[in-house]
Design a binder for this molecule. Structure first.
Ligand SMILES: Cc1ncc(COP(=O)(O)O)c(C=O)c1O
Length: 476
């Protein structure tokens, strides 16, 4: 990935602050002189930053009064969420979903990946010690576990290397956690809506789910605690940072409460934290695991969303379940691909991973906002869109649009999205869509977005004509 110019870094910070409402529409932004003093940049950089934001449509210049935020591109934020009483349901046994690329899979554009340094690490590794061609430690290469532990320490998250076990991605780590802590027919609490891959895994494993509603921070902890206190669930499966699909994150206090609840009710919390390091605001949040004193939190993550899903490398810190987890890993497989583990360790140890994440997140912050802007311009004004501060996906409501129909029609044109129904056992999200914004914007991607919105509007119009024919009313 190329080095980001200073003005773009500054612009990304501005966009996040504007989204947080720090700059009211009618108030001028800091003057160029103030901006340059505030961020210790030259006047040229300050002006380049404002010109760049202007070209993206975020701000406008008033020749006499300075620069102002633009109002016309602000979509309605998705702040209200379906409220209901959590209920146990059996998941349908459906054939495995095909992994579709494009807008349907939360995945980075290859152009954003630091392939140059990653290839260099792979090449160095392949020229290294011949022992890597033999079997290794089934729990993972010690060098990689150490590198990860040191990398996490830099974020203020202390985890000993011995606490970590290397897995084949995050989903594999989660599946093993479910296998050792629960059995068939057990009920697992999940947030509503929930990432389809987790629902599919639970279905394949014959587990039932308790879908717990969300509020603006994520899973409703009051309802979750009731379920825990009543011993209605065998485990809880959550993402506390930039949840897929809503983008929600629990506050620090909520993370502390959840860790406390796991200990209090002695119910394992399986934490899928695969998006934590994709924070667009410059600070990496801590996981629930950080607040876990008694080992009831099983922390799972991977490099699939941040770096290279094709490596199939992830990890787990199983806490008090370490022995059982290790035993299962030992009998089930003889470990993960050694050269890839060593190459990843090399990449992390040379500081490339930390540097890359910084640049990547700045690029993603801009990309996310550009997608929001484009969609807000193309879709009717009352569309409610999520405003994720991290991660790779947008979640939004298209009132009156049958999104299964939309998904099917788009598929015929090789445009892939995921409809809301895939994220729940309820029909509450029938009018919702999840969109990956990890693809860099190009004329092709923009025309796919245009086509997506055209079809959505068409389906909505057809529906209102049908409704009017049924009720005999005429459009106003
Ligand atoms: C919440 C969540 N967990 C896990 C995964 C899959 O991770 P991995 O590829 O590391 O198994 C995804 C992929 O979309 C995801 O969104």
């Amino acid at each position: 990935m190329s080095k980001q110019a200073k003005y773009k870094v500054l612009a990304a910070q501005f966009i996040c602050a504007m989204n947080d409402g720090e700059y009211p529409q009618d108030q001028p932004l800091p003057s160029l002189r103030q901006l340059s003093a505030l961020h210790q940049v030259s006047m040229t950089t300050a002006l380049a930053c404002y010109r760049y934001l202007e070209s993206l449509g975020y701000i406008r210049a008033d020749p006499k009064r300075g620069f102002f935020p633009c109002s016309e591109h602000t979509p309605v934020p998705l702040t209200e969420h379906a409220q209901f009483d959590a209920q146990i349901s059996t998941l349908p046994k459906s054939p495995p979903r095909r992994l579709r690329s494009g807008f349907a899979t939360a995945q980075l554009d290859a152009n954003l990946i630091d392939t140059q340094q990653l290839r260099a690490s792979l090449n160095r590794t392949m020229r290294g010690n011949l022992s890597m061609f033999n079997y290794g430690d089934p729990l993972g290469e010690p060098t990689l576990r150490r590198a990860l532990s040191e990398h996490l320490q830099m974020q203020g998250f202390m985890l000993q290397e011995q606490a970590l076990i290397i897995t084949q991605g995050c989903l594999d780590a989660v599946k093993t956690a479910l296998e050792i802590t629960t059995k068939e027919q057990d009920v697992i609490a999940v947030p509503s809506p929930c990432y389809t891959g987790l629902l599919d895994t639970l279905s394949a494993m014959g587990r039932q789910v308790l879908e717990v509603p969300s509020n603006h921070n994520g899973i409703d902890l009051v309802q979750l605690e009731n379920a825990m206190a009543g011993q209605k669930i065998a485990a809880c499966l959550i993402s506390a940072n930039f949840q897929n699909p809503t983008g929600h994150s629990l506050s620090t206090q909520q993370k502390q409460s959840l860790a406390w609840m796991a200990k209090q009710y002695q119910i394992p919390v399986i934490e899928d934290d695969v998006y934590r390091e994709l924070s667009h605001t410059g600070t990496t949040p801590l996981p629930v695991k950080h607040f876990d004193e008694d080992g009831w939190v099983i922390w799972c993550s991977s490099i699939s969303k941040t770096l290279a899903p094709g490596f199939r490398l992830g990890w787990c810190a199983p806490g008090r379940f370490h022995q059982t987890y290790s035993d299962l890993i030992r009998v089930r497989s003889l470990g993960c691909n050694r050269p890839l583990q060593l190459a990843l360790a090399d990449y992390i140890n040379r500081g490339h991973y930390a540097r890359y994440l910084k640049k990547l997140n700045q690029a993603l912050a801009l990309q996310c906002n550009r997608y929001i802007q484009i969609l807000a311009q193309l879709l009717p004004a009352n569309i409610r869109l999520s405003r994720p501060q991290g991660g790779l996906v947008l979640w939004f409501e298209l009132p009156q649009v049958d999104t299964q129909q939309l998904q099917a029609q788009l598929r015929d044109e090789q445009i892939y999205i995921l409809c809301g129904d895939a994220f729940s056992t309820t029909d509450l999200y029938h009018n919702y869509v999840r969109l990956n914004f990890g693809q860099c914007l190009s004329s092709e991607i923009e025309s796919q977005l245009v086509r997506f919105t055209q079809l959505a509007i068409q389906i909505r119009c057809q529906k209102s004509v049908k409704d009017e024919t049924k009720t005999g009313t005429k459009p106003a």
